[in-house]
Design a protein around this ligand. Structure first.
Ligand SMILES: [Zn+2]
Length: 234
């Protein structure tokens, strides 16, 4: 017994030694996995899923370097970047909708501050400063910088619906999708009749991930905005 144990122990030590010496890549891969999880955990601690970004609240300076984004491709082959947990939960929401015959897809997701600045500059050249100030979000002040905002579009009878007015007209479909948002940690961000608080008109397609189904349910059930929930309505 004792000898057998020692043999196995020796074999184990030897195998471990070989792993270190011979399998350098394997060790690296293992180490990378751990640090990737570490980054993720640090990421979770480093950013607040309840963060408020609106026309009066600028994105935190270190946000973009901390947020963990994952890539997703929608059914039309368009690539999107979304915060990792928001994407994971969105895919579950999307599946539950699909099971009921409702097709929602990623339409507009994360835009970096740098990209928004480019858009701002391009449009200024093309349309002038007055137009830009009215219609283009100021770089640094769009919720889409956070990675936590997802604009969806619909597919109905094989046709993509992404026009704002057409989507607003799809009241029944969106009512069914909105009912499911809180379960996956999302809220509807720009409510009808709350333009004064959010700074935006009604957008049934703009979902915001807050990583907390209970708070999301509270916000959705009360029909309040994130500004109201956080007491930031001035
Ligand atoms: Zn949006």
């Amino acid at each position: 017994m004792k000898n057998g144990f020692r043999k196995r122990l020796f074999a184990g030590v030897l195998a471990a030694a070989f792993c270190c010496i011979m399998n350098g890549n394997g060790m690296m891969a293992a180490a990378e996995t751990v640090s990737a999880q570490g980054t993720s955990d640090q990421g979770k601690a480093a950013y607040d899923y309840m963060v408020l970004v609106n026309k009066a609240h600028k994105l935190l300076d270190d946000w973009e370097s901390n947020v963990v984004l994952k890539e997703a491709v929608n059914k039309w082959g368009e690539t999107h970047l979304v915060e990792e947990k928001a994407l994971e939960q969105f895919l579950k929401l999307q599946k539950e909708c699909a099971d009921e015959g409702i097709i929602i897809e990623l339409d507009s997701t994360t835009r970096s501050v740098a990209r928004q600045q480019e858009l701002w500059d391009d449009w200024t050249i093309e349309k002038g400063e007055d137009y830009v100030k009215k219609y283009v979000a100021v770089p640094g002040y769009s919720e889409h910088h956070t990675g936590l905002a997802i604009d969806v579009c619909l597919e109905k009878d094989g046709r993509r619906i992404d026009d704002n007015d057409e989507m607003i007209a799809e009241k029944e479909i969106f009512a069914k999708v909105h009912e499911k948002l809180a379960k996956y940690g999302f809220i509807l961000r720009y409510l009808d009749g709350k333009e004064a608080e959010t700074g935006y008109s009604y957008e049934p397609w703009h979902f915001r991930y807050i990583d907390n189904p209970e708070i999301a349910k509270e916000i959705m059930d009360q029909g309040i905005t994130l500004e109201e929930y956080l007491g930031e309505t001035d």
